[in-house]
Design a protein around this ligand. Structure first.
Ligand code: ADP
Length: 277
């Protein structure tokens, strides 16, 4: 049937045959798309009024002497919350974008070791005003196929979390290794971000990638988190054809591991015969 989407469940039968069951999931897909579009539109519409609120509050805070100390205090609270809401709309928009089927990646061949170095370099600014050190661990020279901007977002979120929640561990390690086992014939590189903080209780480990899921709601809010970071990260990794998981031992920190497919090996360019003059 044209335009309809089916999910196929196939199973062998005792007689040596097979049975396939088709589920029409067209309406589910449509509802999903409507939900995503709605969220993207709402986030987009909220941007302009939020920018206006922040702008006017900032102007009041910067200039006017007639603002009483109490009004100043309230204005600062308004600004803080407008900023928070702005971050939330940005993250909602980013999530709606990566969740949609037409999320476009600009894939290029990149060296895993260079990705790790870049991630550390670009986030060192954040480390400067913290007492956590960001260190490179083992890496590999293998080439992966990835979108540079999306990868920045992935490492940005994971390293920011590690520094935020794992602060007490003082160190954050970033590394990569080539996996020996081939995943459906595709060689993969596994990247990791590891901290030595309090860790995540095992019953939460599978759920932290869900949108708005937080282990400690109050703490996450207070630290300015939106609860969407890991959901965005997961979708970006999946769009690359990789997967992500977290390992944690309570009191010994968390290690986030995600895979990316290797770039196909370059074949030696065949030498074209010279055209006959
Ligand atoms: P948030 O904006 O709340 O940080 P995330 O999606 O980035 O949202 O993370 C979801 C939750 O996972 C966090 O609220 C926190 O409870 C937990 N978490 C993420 N990274 C770490 C970490 N490195 N150590 C401990 N807990 C973490």
């Amino acid at each position: 049937a044209p335009g309809r989407i089916f999910e196929v469940n196939a199973a062998p039968t005792p007689g040596g045959g097979a049975v396939a069951v088709l589920h029409d999931v067209t309406s589910v897909e449509r509802a999903e798309k409507t939900r995503r579009d709605f969220i993207a539109n709402v986030s987009h519409e909220l941007r302009t009024p939020l920018t206006s609120i922040s702008g006017y509050v900032e102007t009041l805070l910067e200039g006017n002497e007639q603002v009483s100390p109490q009004a100043r205090e309230f204005l600062a609270i308004i600004l803080k919350n407008a900023t928070r809401m702005n971050r939330l709309t940005e993250d909602l928009l980013a999530l709606a974008n990566v969740e949609s089927g037409d999320y476009k990646l600009k894939l290029q061949s990149m060296r895993a070791s260079a990705i790790v170095e870049d991630a550390i370099d670009s986030l060192t600014g954040m480390v400067l005003d913290s007492d956590v050190t960001l260190e490179a661990a083992e890496t590999t020279d293998a080439l992966v196929l990835a979108d540079a901007d999306s990868l920045n977002q992935v490492f940005g979120n994971l390293i920011e979390n590690a520094m935020k929640y794992g602060k007490s561990g003082k160190r954050v390690l970033v590394g990569a290794k080539l996996l020996d086992r081939k995943h459906e014939d595709q060689q993969m590189v596994e990247f990791f971000v590891r901290d030595f903080g309090p860790g995540i209780p095992s019953e939460h480990l599978d759920r932290i990638f869900e949108r708005f899921y937080r282990v400690d709601k109050a703490r996450s809010r207070e630290s300015g988190g939106t609860g969407l970071g890991l959901a965005i990260v997961k979708h970006i990794v999946m769009a690359h054809g990789g997967s992500i998981r977290a390992e944690s031992e309570l009191g010994a920190g968390v290690k986030f591991l995600f895979t990316l497919p290797c770039a196909p090996e370059k074949k030696l360019a065949s030498v074209e015969p010279l055209p006959q003059a």
